[in-house]
Design a protein around this ligand. Structure first.
Ligand SMILES: *[C@@H]1O[C@H](CO)[C@@H](O)[C@H](O)[C@H]1NC(C)=O
Ligand SMILES: *[C@@H]1O[C@H](CO)[C@@H](O)[C@H](O)[C@H]1NC(C)=O
Ligand SMILES: *[C@@H]1O[C@H](CO)[C@@H](O)[C@H](O)[C@H]1NC(C)=O
Length: 304
């Protein structure tokens, strides 16, 4: 099923224009903004080798000053994962006593450019709801690590009843985080909060509606970042709602008026409306309140 990319794009645009646009839009407040720019630091830390291969009890830390506010909390890593599965799902679980949070963070894959070039995004049934389908690669990345993570989260939350579970990631890590949060909410963690930065589409409309209805979803896009435009609408994929659409330029401090909240699974007023996915726009993929993937190690085969 390798259809022409251009044919899919035109079909995507035709389909998109038949769908109503925004239902409502608003700017965010400064309290929300400080939350968003804080939690992305946990997503950024997931790219740092020292965090996804940490010794139990190590503090979350980042090179290049990418997570100073997280470092200030003294958050400790209690579990990490990498290199253990065919999907190479990587990340960590940390306990943040300052914010009373247990944080599950997924690293974005180094091969996001390959992923974009792939064009094929097969579905699988995640058995979360009737008629629901999830992108196979992202769902497999989650199920490959699900059992030990679910066990650690159950034990940790049981020992800290008043702690909130936060699931986060950037890029392909945000895609896995979205499906992980959706699944964990059905398995003992109904109010888990998701911070998904630069996530691709992960679901068909039925699953996107299911995840949207679970609530506590913060999904960010930035200007014309190509990654959230894939897989294409024409392939049957849509986004969870709402979209927090960042309009600030690359490398600039983001102000509250530069984050718009857009409702709906297809928002032509947001990232989806900024044209066909272009590799030339990749700079926008890195900048989510900070250089979210700045900790990617040198010498890795495919830097994003
Ligand atoms: C992952 O496995 C590869 C090959 O076995 C090895 O070269 C690499 O250092 C490992 N990475 C980590 C983070 O353990
Ligand atoms: C964690 O708890 C939930 C809810 O009780 C349960 O559905 C799930 O199977 C548990 N996970 C593990 C790995 O035991
Ligand atoms: C933003 O920062 C990155 C990394 O430091 C740099 O490569 C890029 O050129 C900068 N872009 C702009 C528009 O300043």
């Amino acid at each position: 099923m390798r259809s022409s990319f251009l044919a899919l794009l035109s079909a995507s645009l035709a389909l998109g224009h038949a769908i109503p646009g925004k239902l409502q839009a608003r700017d965010v407040g400064s309290d929300e903004l400080s939350q968003f720019s804080f939690w992305v630091q946990y997503a950024a830390a997931s790219y740092c080798l020292d965090d996804y291969t940490a010794n139990t009890g190590a503090s979350v830390s980042c090179s290049d000053n990418l997570c100073p506010q997280v470092e200030a909390t003294g958050a400790k890593i209690i579990y990490d994962f990498s290199n253990t599965t065919a999907t190479d799902t990587a990340g960590y679980i940390a306990v943040d006593k300052t914010n009373k949070a247990v944080v599950l963070a997924f690293r974005g894959s180094y091969s996001v450019r390959n992923w974009i070039a792939d064009v094929e995004f097969p579905y699988t049934d995640p058995k979360l709801c009737d008629g629901c389908f999830a992108e196979l690669g992202f769902w497999s990345s989650w199920t490959a690590v699900r059992d030990p993570i679910s066990k650690v989260l159950n034990e940790t939350i049981a020992a800290n009843h008043d702690y909130e579970l936060v699931v986060t990631g950037h890029s392909l890590g945000a895609a896995v985080a979205t499906l992980a949060a959706a699944d964990l909410r059905t398995k003992g963690h109904p109010s888990a909060t998701l911070y998904a930065y630069a996530a691709p589409r992960v679901a068909n409309s039925a699953l996107a509606k299911f995840i949207t209805a679970q609530e506590n979803n913060y999904r960010f896009t930035h200007t014309n970042d190509p990654v959230p435009k894939l897989p294409l609408l024409a392939m049957g994929y849509v986004h969870i709602s709402p979209e927090y659409y960042i309009t600030a330029p690359n490398n600039a401090t983001v102000s509250a008026s530069e984050v718009q909240v857009l409702q709906g699974e297809v928002n032509w007023d947001g990232n989806t409306g900024t044209g066909i996915p272009s590799i030339g726009a990749f700079a926008a993929h890195h900048w989510y309140f900070e250089e979210a993937d700045g900790c990617i190690g040198s010498g890795t085969p495919l830097k994003v």
